[in-house]
Design a protein around this ligand. Structure first.
Ligand code: C2E
Ligand code: MG
Ligand code: MG
Length: 286
């Protein structure tokens, strides 16, 4: 986005580049306070995940869910990621937080499998700082092993903007992901229009069309053209395409008519608690 401020992180001798949107700027005092409470949040069981079902547009069946992080803050109530993920990236707490997410997802995949849902995939979002961790993919591999899970049910969502920040790192990590057998989704695809050439050389399983393109899609406007084009790019490269933020019947009809593979959004379901998600799954689907 045009209004994004950029600076070079001097901390810990890292030469990577961090992006912040100006409306996220906090005073030093507010930052410190947030950091202190975030530090305790995992141990205090204040973090939890909600699950937004992902639906196959051909069969209408739930094929998996995206895990989204929430923080039940002792004073401020439930916080959305926008209120704390940026800070967690900056102060490094995203790393233990992300490990907690990996553990939780593994435990839930194991539980779902025991309940008979052996085909459901769960995806988690990873930020640049997490991907940049040494042996990050090995860590996931180890956890999958500990929980006796098959890797193809575990998916990572990486934002397109992340690809740009360190293309060589991305390439290395993506090849480890492929070797490990876990799945890879490019989130917010098209928001930066940067990765067309990267798509040719990276092994990607899903592309997600961002909500901003889905909002006003119709046969008469450019968002519709964009969505169709992204579906075409994905299909020509054997990549599944997911539409995100689907809120209306007419958006759904457009996506079906244009052969989109999967959808996620409040039209079908908002992000749910685990028990509500399990209830929605109903009887095991084989
Ligand atoms: P994202 O991965 O693109 O997630 C999609 C966001 O769109 C979610 O917001 C979801 O609740 C929202 N959404 C889905 N369908 C609809 C809809 O039909 N209408 C509307 N208005 N919104 C919809 P959320 O949960 O606030 O997450 C925001 C972002 O925070 C995520 O974007 C992701 O980048 C990040 N995030 C979430 N969980 C984690 C996590 O565990 N780790 C990291 N590193 N980032 C996370
Ligand atoms: Mg996502
Ligand atoms: Mg997204």
């Amino acid at each position: 986005a045009a209004d994004v401020a950029m600076y070079h992180a001097k901390a810990a001798g890292r030469n990577d580049v961090h992006f912040f949107s100006p409306d996220m700027k906090l005073t030093t005092e507010a930052k410190n306070k947030l950091e202190t409470s975030m530090r305790n949040a995992i141990d205090n069981n204040e973090m939890f995940l909600v699950f937004q079902p992902r639906i196959c547009l051909k069969t209408g069946k739930i094929v998996g869910a995206e895990a989204l992080l929430r923080w039940r803050h002792p004073e401020q109530g439930v916080l959305l990621p926008a209120a704390f993920i940026g800070e967690a990236e900056e102060n490094g707490l995203i790393v233990p937080l992300g490990e907690w997410v990996i553990d939780s997802i593994c435990a839930i995949l194991q539980r779902l499998s025991a309940l008979g849902f052996r085909q459901l995939a769960l995806s988690m979002n990873v930020s640049f700082r997490e991907l940049n961790q040494k042996n990050y993919i090995d860590l996931i591999g180890k956890k999958l092993n500990d929980f006796h899970l098959s890797p193809e049910l575990f998916e990572l969502e990486v934002k397109e903007a992340c690809l740009l920040r360190n293309p060589q790192l991305t390439r290395d990590v993506f090849s480890q992901i492929k070797r490990m057998g876990i799945k890879l989704t490019i989130d917010e695809f098209g928001a930066g229009m940067s990765s067309l050439s990267s798509l040719q050389t990276l092994t990607i399983n899903h592309l997600k069309i961002p909500k901003s393109f889905i909002e006003s899609i119709s046969d008469q406007n450019t968002d519709g053209v964009m969505a169709k084009t992204m579906i075409g790019i994905g299909h020509n490269m054997n990549i599944n395409v997911i539409a995100e933020g689907v809120e209306t019947r007419s958006q759904l009809n457009f996506l079906k008519a244009n052969d989109c593979d999967e959808m996620q959004g409040n039209y079908f379901s908002e992000p749910l608690s685990l028990s509500a998600f399990e209830q929605m799954l109903g009887a095991p689907q084989g």
